[in-house]
Write a protein that binds this ligand. Structure first.
Ligand SMILES: Nc1ncnc2c1ncn2[C@@H]1O[C@H](COP(=O)(O)OP(=O)(O)O)[C@@H](O)[C@H]1O
Ligand SMILES: [Mg+2]
Length: 303
C-alpha cells in the first residue's frame, strides 16, 4: 500500500513557488531520504504532508485518504520532528510528553511514555526542566514526543543537524529499529548524504522546489554507474606532478578531480572517451551518493 501520495503538489509564498508540481509516492514501511540544497523546499513539503501548511495546488493522500477530507484521521497517524522548538522549556521531559499525549488525545499512553523515557535515556533527567537539557537530549525528547502517538508515518526534518556524534548515531539506530518493529513509513531530510545513504531505501533529490530525481537506492548506483564516468587512476612514482599538469590541460573534459595521495587521483569525466597517459592505470568506479547528488544538483538534470 502507498503510505504517501503527492500529486502535482505546489506551494506558493507570494509569487514564489517554494514547491512546484511535485509527484511522489512512498510505500508503507519505506525509509525515504529527501536531499536538496538549502531552500530547495524540503521543509515546506514536510510541513504540507504533516498538515501544518496548506498546499496552493495539488493533493496529498495519506494511507489512501485525502488529507483535506480526513484531517483528524491523518493527523493521528503522522508526526513531524521539525527544526523549530515545540517543547515547553519550563516543563520536565515527562511533563512535555504528557502534554503532547493529552493534546493529541491519545488514550493509554502511560506505558509508551515510560518506554520512551527509558529507551531515550531520559529517566535520569526526569526532574530537570527541559531548558536545562543538552541540545542532544532535547532532540531525543523531540523524537520521543513524535513517537508517543505511535505514528504510522514519521517525518524527520534534519533530525541530526547540530547534534553530537553519539546522539546522532543513537537517533539513526532508533529510527531503523522503529521502522523494523512497526513498519513505520519514514521521510528523513538531511544535509549528511552518507546518513541518508546509510538508512534510506529510496531517495529523492529536490532542486528549486522540483523533484530532480528519485529512485530506490539499489537502482541509483547502477543507473549512475552508466551515466557518470568516474575513474580512479593509479600513478607511478615521481609522475604525480606530470599527471596533475596533464589533467589541468583538459578543463573542458574533466568535471572534477580529487587527489587522494600522490599515488591516487579520482577523476570525474564528462564522458568515457578521455585518453589518460599510458603511465597511469585506470579503473572505473561506482559513484557514491555524494557523487550522484552533486551531479544532479550541479547539472540540475531531470533524469
Ligand atoms: N513562510 C514562508 N514565507 C515565505 N517564504 C518561505 C516560507 N517558508 C519557506 N519559504 C521559502 O521557500 C523556499 C523553500 O524553503 P524550505 O522548504 O524551508 O527549504 P529547505 O527545507 O529545503 O531548506 C525557500 O526559498 C524559503 O525561503
Ligand atoms: Mg529545511
Amino acid at each position: 500500500m502507498n503510505a504517501i501520495e503527492l500529486n502535482n503538489l505546489s506551494k506558493k509564498f507570494g509569487n514564489f513557488y517554494a514547491v512546484k508540481d511535485v509527484d511522489l509516492t512512498i510505500k508503507e514501511g519505506e525509509i525515504f531520504g529527501l536531499l536538496g540544497p538549502n531552500g530547495a523546499g524540503k521543509s515546506t513539503i514536510m510541513k504540507m504532508i504533516s498538515t501544518l501548511l496548506k498546499p496552493t495546488l495539488g493533493t496529498i493522500k495519506i494511507n489512501g485518504n485525502f488529507i483535506n477530507k480526513n484531517l483528524y484521521k491523518v493527523k493521528k497517524s503522522i508526526s513531524l520532528v521539525s527544526d523549530y522548538n515545540v517543547l515547553e522549556d519550563d516543563l520536565t521531559p515527562t511533563e512535555n510528553l504528557k502534554m503532547f499525549a493529552e493534546i493529541s488525545n491519545i488514550k493509554n499512553y502511560k506505558d509508551t511514555l515510560d518506554d520512551l523515557m527509558k529507551d531515550f535515556g531520559l529517566n535520569i533527567y526526569k526532574n530537570k526542566l527541559t531548558k536545562h537539557l543538552s541540545s542532544g537530549n532535547k532532540q531525543k525528547l523531540n523524537i520521543a514526543r513524535a513517537l508517543i502517538k505511535k505514528p504510522s508515518i514519521l517525518l524527520l526534518d534534519e533530525p541530526t543537524n547540530a547534534i553530537d556524534v553519539e546522539t546522532s548515531r543513537f537517533i539513526r539506530e532508533y529510527i531503523i529499529e522503529n521502522n523494523k518493529k512497526y513498519n513505520t513509513t519514514i521521510i528523513i531530510s538531511s544535509h549528511y548524504i552518507w546518513e541518508v545513504e546509510q538508512i534510506c531505501n529510496s531517495i529523492g533529490v529536490i532542486v528549486d522546489g522540483k523533484i530532480a530525481f528519485k529512485d530506490n537506492t539499489e537502482n541509483i548506483y547502477d543507473k549512475f554507474q552508466k551515466l557518470m564516468s568516474i575513474y580512479e587512476i593509479l600513478i607511478p612514482k615521481d609522475k604525480f606532478e606530470d599527471i596533475v599538469k596533464y589533467l589541468e590541460g583538459f578543463k573542458d573534459e574533466i568535471l572534477s578531480f580529487k587527489t587522494i595521495s600522490t599515488k591516487k587521483i579520482i577523476v570525474e569525466l564528462k564522458n568515457n572517451d578521455f585518453v589518460f597517459p599510458d603511465y597511469v592505470e585506470k579503473r572505473k568506479i561506482t559513484p557514491n551518493l555524494e557523487d550522484v547528488y552533486s551531479y544532479i544538483v550541479k547539472k540540475d538534470k531531470k533524469l
